[in-house]
Design a protein around this ligand. Structure first.
Ligand code: HEM
Length: 148
């Protein structure tokens, strides 16, 4: 059961990080040159918002808490003297920033990106910020793997 929860966590982390990297490295440079770029970005953005922001981040949070419980137990989760718990709290903190940035990107700037360059640039900027924060979360996960 423990393995299954960590397995799910890894699959959804791959979908979240992999999806963002695929958008930035493969999709976006090509689509930006097309005349129907706005339509494609809106459609792709809406789909990735559902599978990434809403489904993946929710599953990552639930499986992440269960992973932590499986590894350090309930008392370990509240033991602030442990390096593991401190790094876990940093990870949860960055996760919440990612969640807020994602909602702002998906529900506010993204849908308005067709209207002005300001919204478009803000949507791009927030997308990049999210990618870097998410890569940092994977670094924190690697630290957890070796005790925090
Ligand atoms: C953007 C969201 C997240 C990403 C991309 C992510 C990524 C990862 C990855 C790649 C691992 C595997 C590391 C390993 O054990 O080798 C991992 C493990 C883990 N994650 Fe996450 N995670 C995310 C969110 C969370 C959240 C919100 C929590 C807690 C509430 C969490 C708790 C954990 C725990 C406890 C482990 C096991 C670490 C260990 O080996 O001791 N994760 N995560």
């Amino acid at each position: 059961m423990k393995e299954l929860v960590l397995f799910l966590h890894l699959i959804f982390a791959s979908l979240w990080i992999g999806g963002m990297l695929f958008l930035v490295v493969v999709v976006s440079p090509f689509v930006r040159k097309l005349p129907i770029r706005d339509q494609i970005f809106q459609e792709v953005g809406k789909r990735f918002s559902l599978y990434g922001t809403f489904i993946s981040l929710m599953v990552l949070f639930i499986t992440g808490i269960i992973n932590a419980y499986n590894i350090v137990g309930l008392s370990g989760l509240f033991d602030l003297s442990s390096a593991y718990t401190k790094t876990l709290l940093h990870k949860i903190g960055v996760f919440f920033i990612i969640f807020i940035v994602s909602l702002t990107h998906d529900l506010y700037f993204g849908p308005r990106a067709v209207h002005s360059n300001f919204y478009r640039n803000m949507a791009r900027l927030l997308g990049f910020i999210n990618l870097f924060l998410s890569i940092f979360v994977v670094y924190l996960a690697a630290r957890l793997r070796f005790g925090g």
